[in-house]
Design a protein around this ligand. Structure first.
Ligand SMILES: O=c1ccn([C@@H]2O[C@H](COP(=O)(O)OP(=O)(O)O[C@H]3O[C@H](CO)[C@@H](O)[C@H](O)[C@H]3O)[C@@H](O)[C@H]2O)c(=O)[nH]1
Ligand SMILES: O=C(O)[C@H](O)COP(=O)(O)O
Length: 343
């Protein structure tokens, strides 16, 4: 593995970074600039790469993202072999825009149609995994507003050059657009900072060195992704980190600094629901790991208040898809036709 970044402390006081995290961070954290395209192409050989973009109502951004990947990583250099957009029940022109830009579009509910449909981002990713074929799979959100090809090539660097690496997560600075469009550097990622990072530090401190544990840009070897469950909704990234830690160990996980990442922010109410889904995902992993024994399952209804104190109740329950490998094995045992793509 390349030599990476040193971990800097904000101040010398207070509790120290755990040795395990500090030792991991340096050699396992690189920057996109460390992975030039010519070096990646040399390393690629016969390995195939799929980019999978989950998209629900992303007609404003998905076209440009697909076009950039096509132009820079398919036409200019043969780094990416397929671009799959998973249309996640969009009600806008996402599917048409993505197809016009050169992606293969699959509809979330049309992949593995024999299974009862589930919902949310985790389901879109799992279906995208089923509908794609590359040895390496790169996931990226379809709502990025400052997308560049380095988001994809950077994530591929450690996987193409080091056989020990199984999973690579994007790291970045996240600006937040506040009232009046004023951009605050480093203020984005509110669920990350208020929910996910504290949960990880408290219960899976080995994962504390991941700069953006919830980020939607990450890549992995197909065989590893097919061997772990996918939590539905917005629990998917948290669940994958915890499950992959258990399956492959921290030293097979890496991160790459991709610079700055801008996306379309959701409302506080929507982020509250996302937080509920992440907390329930953490709960499920604590239970599964035998670290929490409860007499009753958590409630899954979230009551929220508007400024006029009117109320809304939503269900923040998450479900789970089993490792894709087990589903494909079962389907093969049953007979042909496991996948269907509908453009
Ligand atoms: O039902 C859904 C919901 C979202 N998406 C897509 O998933 C991506 C990320 O969704 P978004 O609503 O933009 O999530 P964020 O508010 O940005 O949430 C952050 O935190 C989430 C929880 O970890 C991660 O899933 C996201 O990738 C990460 O950007 C986008 O392309 C969406 O179109 C779907 O495909 N189906
Ligand atoms: O990852 C997160 O924490 C959520 O997507 C919220 O991000 P935001 O605060 O940048 O909107």
């Amino acid at each position: 593995m390349r030599s990476g970044r040193r971990m800097e402390n904000y101040s010398g006081r207070g509790p120290a970074v755990p040795d395990r995290v500090r030792e991991w961070f340096g050699p396992h954290t690189t920057s996109a600039a460390d992975w030039p395209l010519d070096a990646l192409l040399l390393a690629k050989g016969p390995v195939t790469v799929s980019v999978v973009l989950p998209a629900r109502d992303e007609q404003e951004t998905v076209g440009e993202i697909v076009s950039i990947i096509r132009r820079d990583l398919v036409d200019a250099v043969p780094l990416v072999d397929e671009i799959v957009v998973v249309d996640s029940r969009s009600t806008d022109a996402t599917a048409a825009v993505a197809a016009a830009a050169g992606a293969r579009v699959v509809h979330q509910d049309a992949v593995l149609p024999g299974l009862p449909p589930l919902s949310g981002k985790g389901e879109a990713l799992w279906k995208g995994l089923a509908a794609s074929t590359g040895d390496l799979v790169v996931f990226a959100d379809a709502d990025l507003r400052n997308f560049g090809a380095h988001f994809i090539s950077g994530l591929l660097g450690p996987l193409l050059t080091d056989p020990r690496v199984q999973f690579v997560k994007g790291a970045y600075e996240r600006p937040l657009k506040g009232p009046g469009g004023v951009v605050q550097r480093g203020a984005g990622g509110r669920v990350t900072e208020l929910v996910a990072r504290p949960l990880l530090n408290l219960f899976w401190p080995e994962l504390a060195g991941f700069v953006q544990p919830l980020g939607g840009e990450y890549a992995a070897r197909r065989r590893v992704l097919e061997a772990v469950p996918f939590v539905t909704e917005y629990g998917v990234e948290f669940g994958l980190l915890v499950d992959l830690l258990e399956r492959v160990g921290l030293d097979a996980m890496a991160q790459v600094d991709l610079g700055s990442r801008e996306h379309s922010s959701q409302s506080i109410a929507a982020l509250g629901k996302m937080s509920g889904q992440i907390i329930l995902t953490a709960w499920s992993r604590l239970e599964r790991q035998g670290r929490l024994v409860s007499s009753e399952p958590p409630a899954t209804a979230l009551l929220q208040f508007a400024p006029d104190l009117s109320t809304a109740v939503s269900d923040v329950a998450v479900a789970e898809r089993p490792p894709l490998m087990s589903v494909v094995r079962e389907a093969v045992a049953r007979g042909p036709e496991v996948k269907e793509d509908v453009a």
